[in-house]
Design a protein around this ligand. Structure first.
Ligand code: PEP
Length: 248
């Protein structure tokens, strides 16, 4: 399976920084797909720069509504108008600060799929849930609630992002990440959720120092990267780690 290296810039990067990033960044390859989600006002400026490196651009969120009186929201049609390729859905920061539920994510996932935008559905447990041995239960619930009634052939990616590892510098150990990824793949099969096995990315303090050991795990099909995606040098080194693994 190909590896996917996805940058989530969140509310970071000035236009100047974003421009410089694309000058320096390592390109996508046949085996390693590089995707970047900048802040939405920059899409049209960054699109040609990303294209030069075979990098696809995406959104960090969409509205669950098609159009209307929803101040401050971005519609899926806007993503299409800007030739965007993917959209993050249910990132833990949106679940935490905007109270987004998995049921709401399902609406967004369906809108993406109907409009040929690839959703990256983010799931993961909090520290309390992990401490009380609820990790597998939480992942199963998020998968069922977010993917029920999604077409079996849907083109979708899953990102396993343990909430306690996002932006904290704390990474899941290789075995913690591997068992969570195995559980996700098992639940998808048992619940007959998607007939085509989706790539499952790991996210949570991925950096140049730990990218290779995480991505050498067969069940980890790439990385969703926050902090370390802001510097072209660090992100390029994560991309190169994936390329080196793809060669073996
Ligand atoms: C993220 O926000 O999706 C993420 C994984 O962030 P970080 O890499 O900074 O932990």
């Amino acid at each position: 399976m190909k590896k996917y290296i996805v940058a989530n810039w969140k509310m970071n990067q000035s236009l100047l920084e974003a421009n410089n990033f694309f000058k320096e960044i390592e390109s996508s390859s046949a085996d390693v797909k590089v995707w970047v989600s900048p802040q939405s006002p920059y899409w049209s400026i960054l699109l040609p720069l990303a294209k030069e490196k075979n990098i696809l651009l995406g959104s960090q969120n969409i509205s669950e509504h098609i159009s209307g009186a929803y101040t401050g929201e971005v519609s899926v049609q806007t993503l299409k108008d800007f030739n965007l390729s993917f959209c993050l859905v249910g990132h833990s920061e949106r679940r935490q600060y905007q109270q987004e539920s998995s049921a709401l994510c399902l609406k967004k996932i369906k809108l993406c799929l109907e409009n040929n935008i690839t959703p990256i559905y983010c799931i993961g447990e909090t520290l309390d849930e992990r401490k009380s041995n609820k990790t597998f239960e939480v992942l199963k619930r998020q998968l069922i609630e977010g993917l029920t009634s999604v077409s079996a052939e849907a083109n979708i990616l899953i990102a396993y992002e343990p909430v306690w590892a996002i932006g904290t510098g704390e990474t899941a150990t290789v075995s913690q990440a591997q068992e969570a990824h195995q559980q996700i793949k098992k639940v998808l099969k048992e619940e007959s959720l998607l007939s085509i096995e989706p790539p499952v990315l790991y996210g949570g303090s991925v950096k140049p120092e730990n990218a290779a050991e995480l991505m050498q795990v067969p069940e980890i099909n790439g990385a969703l990267v926050g902090g370390a995606s802001l510097k072209a040098r660090d992100f390029s080194s994560i991309i190169r780690a994936a390329k080196a693994l793809a060669k073996n």
